[in-house]
Design a protein around this ligand. Structure first.
Ligand code: SOE
Length: 385
């Protein structure tokens, strides 16, 4: 019997479900060095928490997150909460010597993230920031191709992250649309993923020019108790001010000389969760689309003359990252699998005592870029990082 790794999950909504599923699947599909145990789940509302815990198989429940963080029965604190709460919970967890698996975006601002990093380092705990898309086989394979030099010198990064869940002005003013609870809109929620991928695939960003837009200024107040899975009920007719941007764009220069663009919006009507990127290099190019996430398009200028063209690689072969642990070639995987891969890599990091990326240090770098984007949008000046 493997040693257990006892997880304390805080949060029971969209990400609470995604993380529960990941902990449950990790040791069944992968040979993890430790066996994750769903020890305790924590959320504010007792009734819905009990239902959630029973559904996912959490052994205990708790409505006070401090008791989870202090519990001697917990080895890992899994923070599946809105960003407003990451800082306080992460600091307390690290001070109790708990390893941390934390949802993105890392925090409300880079100062908080820096302190989260410092306290984790002081207490020698493993800290992981869940930008899960890095761990889709196609994106991990894109990184392999880049590392193998198949793209040559990289010139261009072009990324769009498009959703449409708030196009309707009657969509209520949920926590994601208020600066005091979310800090920013798609710049934090969506461009944080995009910048993480750019850092992973291209490298550090040196300069940023930003532009933001707000399309709907007021919305009906939200009944937060009904919110989840990107939907919520309105409380009544009363309106409140939207205090974050609805769309955020950036143009950047990377330290290696490449240039790039980012477009993040919740107003791309018809686009549900469309994360696409293109990379152009001297020897080849790549294109990825999350809504076709098993595929990676690859163009090689080294192919024989007359045979060149974008090919579509199904990243389901046993030789592709993570793929051998799932199904035979061509039997595709989905969104939730990237969370399982994150859980597996995290368990390995804890077992071996080695760092995992992205982590709170990555989070600091990501937020510095995002903050520069908003500052540039406000001042209409390019920001040098
Ligand atoms: C909502 O915009 C959201 O759920 C993000 O918060 C996630 O990180 C992203 O993966 C999907 O969209």
């Amino acid at each position: 019997m493997k040693n257990p790794l006892r997880i304390g999950l805080i949060g029971s909504k969209f990400m609470g479900r995604a993380h529960s599923n990941a902990w449950k699947k990790a040791a069944s599909f992968f040979e993890t060095p430790l066996r994750p145990v769903l020890q305790v789940a924590c959320a504010r509302h007792r009734h819905s928490l009990e239902e959630f815990a029973a559904q996912w198989g959490w052994q205990q429940t708790e409505t006070d997150w401090k008791k989870v963080v202090n519990s001697p029965d917990v080895d890992v604190v899994d923070i599946a909460l809105p960003q407003q709460l990451h800082y306080e919970v992460a600091l307390a967890a690290a001070r109790e010597g708990k390893h941390i698996f934390c949802e993105k975006p890392v925090a409300m601002n880079s100062r908080q993230a820096e302190e989260m990093l410092r306290v984790c380092e002081e207490n020698k705990v493993v800290h992981y920031l869940n930008h899960n898309y890095r761990r889709t086989p196609a994106i991990a394979f894109a990184r392999r191709l880049i590392d193998a030099g198949k793209l040559g010198r990289i010139f261009h990064w072009r990324c769009a992250y498009q959703q449409d869940w708030i196009v309707d002005p009657a969509f209520p003013l949920t926590w994601q649309l208020r600066a005091e609870t979310a800090q920013a809109g798609p710049q934090w929620d969506l461009n944080s993923h995009a910048v993480d991928l750019a850092h992973y695939l291209i490298g550090p960003i040196a300069t940023v020019s930003g532009l933001t837009a707000q399309f709907v200024a007021e919305r009906p107040l939200a009944d937060e108790s009904s919110s989840g899975n990107l939907q919520a009920d309105a409380l009544g007719d009363a309106l409140g001010k939207v205090t974050v941007e609805d769309a955020a764009l950036m143009m950047v220069q990377f330290a290696n000389g490449a240039v790039g663009s980012f477009e993040a919006t919740r107003f791309a009507t018809g686009r549900k969760n469309a994360l696409t990127f293109e990379i152009y290099g001297s020897k080849g190019s790549l294109k990825f689309d999350l809504e076709r996430m098993n595929e990676l398009e690859f163009y090689s200028a080294e192919d024989a003359d007359g045979c060149q063209g974008f090919r579509t690689i199904q990243t389901t072969e046993a030789s592709h990252p993570y793929a051998a642990h799932w199904w035979p070639p061509g039997h595709i995987i989905g969104y939730e699998h990237s969370f399982v891969h994150a859980a597996v890599d995290f368990i390995e990091a804890v077992a071996s005592g080695t760092p995992i990326e992205p982590n709170f240090a990555s989070g600091v770098q990501i937020l510095k870029v995002l903050e520069a984007g908003l500052e540039s949008a406000r001042t209409q000046k390019q920001i040098v990082l």
